[in-house]
Write a protein that binds this ligand. Structure first.
Ligand SMILES: [Zn+2]
Length: 253
């Protein structure tokens, strides 16, 4: 998971986002807010909308030279993702700090999945809406509580996670965390160790087996192919300056 350095938007984009958020917030009921949030976001999140051009430009700067997904640090990411899903938190649908870039393979399984520690007793509860909504299902405002999902806009994922470069090549909770922080580190595993875990482990083993000369050549090749949807794993592992790669001193190239 990438650590994202926040940058600001232009005043015009800020004003637009606030105005659209006010439309959503003005709906009298929670189900109405959810419906309007989805409708407005679909309308406004277009390549031709000047405010979202500013949003995308800022996200592009924040996600590194190769524009990697904030969750897996792996694929090229170009989908504006709500960290707090709009189906549950329509009051954050146009909040800039709730946006990140995610890739399709992460955004798909994450979707509306969300869990919180209840404010009342700290217990962990899954507040994801049902995937297949029964007829007549009406969304309800979630109870108050803190998110399990690490927020890459406001938190440092490296406080929670490390990449095991030994046998497993898995992204795991750091040692010595509190029980609550450990649960938070474990929570995004459907993303972090989901789509790319086996591939990451295979690629790591492959690169470990290469000679320095092989690596130099492949780095050159990787650089030339970085514009594709997927890049060779060393490019993926080494490109980021703020995520887990930095923890191990992987170099950019
Ligand atoms: Zn991803």
């Amino acid at each position: 998971m990438l650590r994202l350095q926040n940058i600001g938007l232009t005043q015009g984009a800020v004003t637009d986002l606030q105005a659209w958020q006010a439309i959503v917030d003005g709906m009298p009921t929670f189900p109405g807010q959810v419906t309007e949030a989805k409708r407005q976001f679909k309308l406004k999140n277009t390549r031709s909308n000047p405010a979202f051009q500013v949003v995308r430009s800022a996200l592009t700067q924040m996600h590194g030279e190769l524009i990697r997904c904030a969750y897996c640090e792996d694929s090229v990411a170009d989908e504006v993702e709500h960290i707090y899903p709009k189906d549950l938190y329509p009051e954050r649908v146009f909040v800039w700090e709730n946006y990140t870039y995610a890739c399709g393979p992460c955004n798909g399984p994450k979707s509306n999945r969300f869990a919180i520690f209840l404010a009342t007793d700290g217990s962990e509860v899954d507040i994801s809406p049902p995937k297949r909504k029964p007829q007549g299902w009406i969304p309800a405002r979630p109870p108050k509580g803190d998110a399990l999902l690490i927020d890459p806009r406001n938190e440092n994922p490296l406080d929670f996670l490390w990449l095991d470069l030994g046998a497993s090549c898995r992204i795991d909770p750091k040692m010595g965390l509190s029980r609550r922080a450990t649960r938070r580190a474990e929570y995004p595993h459907f993303v972090l160790n989901g789509p790319f875990a086996a591939e990451r482990a295979n690629d790591h083993g492959f690169w470990q087996s290469l000679s320095p000369a092989d690596i130099r050549n492949r780095k050159k090749m990787a650089k030339n192919r970085c514009t594709g949807r997927r890049t060779p794993v060393k490019a993926r592992l080494w490109n980021d300056q703020s995520g887990l790669g930095a923890q191990f001193g992987w170099r950019r190239f």
